[in-house]
Design a protein around this ligand. Structure first.
Ligand SMILES: [Zn+2]
Length: 235
């Protein structure tokens, strides 16, 4: 970067300049808005109040954005509408109300629960595409739950669904797209699917070690990686 700035942008100096030339009330307003913004010059109570307002604003903003993406994807995304259609015809319709936006801790971006439906972690999406991958992943779990009576505490069952979800959602999109042009990248896609499936199985309460997760994934790998239902092939 080589821009030569002739005017200073030191906020203290600006503050002094404005303080000298503007009416006190306007200056006070400005000073207060600055301190609200930076957190300077506030009592602990004021800070806590400011933080809770900011938090609420962020929660609302995240929620609005998440709901907007969700509605758009449920209407316009080919993979999402395809999966919703298959869930419906399998007798497990997923209305908008069973897919919920919520704030989550950093370690996840979504979840599926047979009792509660699908969770979308509203604070964890960096793009609509990212949400599409996550929603497709969770809908594949929902599809498996609907079609195959999965016992989620059984690690082999869980591993199978994670392999399918990682393989058929966009989770490993990057490697998948490479695979189209270069056959040798096939192995990279498989490695991505396997790695992600192992990580997901590791989060199962019945899983007590990485070895156990890896074993479960390896045991069902051949049949579950090949099983591309409801897709005819990886598209
Ligand atoms: Zn999963």
């Amino acid at each position: 970067m080589s821009s030569s700035t002739s005017t200073t942008s030191d906020p203290t100096e600006q503050l002094e300049r404005i303080g000298a030339s503007e009416p006190t009330t306007a200056f006070e307003k400005w000073r207060i808005s600055l301190s609200e913004f930076t957190g300077l010059g506030l009592t602990e109570d004021q800070k806590a109040h400011r933080d809770s307002l900011r938090e609420q604003g962020k929660l609302e903003k995240d929620w609005d954005k998440c709901e907007g993406f969700k509605t758009d994807l449920m209407t316009n995304s080919p993979i999402i509408t395809f999966l919703l259609q298959h869930l419906k015809s399998a007798g497990c319709e997923f209305p908008s109300s069973s897919i919920q936006c919520h704030p989550c801790p950093e370690s996840r971006s979504g979840g599926f629960s047979p009792d509660h439906g699908i969770l979308l972690c509203q604070n964890r999406f960096f793009s609509k595409k990212h949400m599409e991958d996550t929603l497709a992943h969770e809908l594949l779990h929902a599809y498996d739950h609907c079609r195959f009576k999965v016992d989620w505490m059984n690690l082999r069952h869980h591993a199978c669904s994670e392999i399918r979800a990682a393989n058929l959602s966009g989770d490993c999109r990057f490697t998948r797209e490479f695979k189209r042009g270069f056959y040798s990248f096939n192995k990279q896609h498989q490695a991505c699917v396997k790695r992600r499936a192992i990580l997901s199985v590791l989060a199962n309460p019945s899983c007590t070690s990485p070895d156990m997760a890896e074993k479960a994934v390896n045991e069902v790998w051949e049949s579950c990686f090949k099983d591309t239902r409801p897709f005819d092939e990886i598209y």
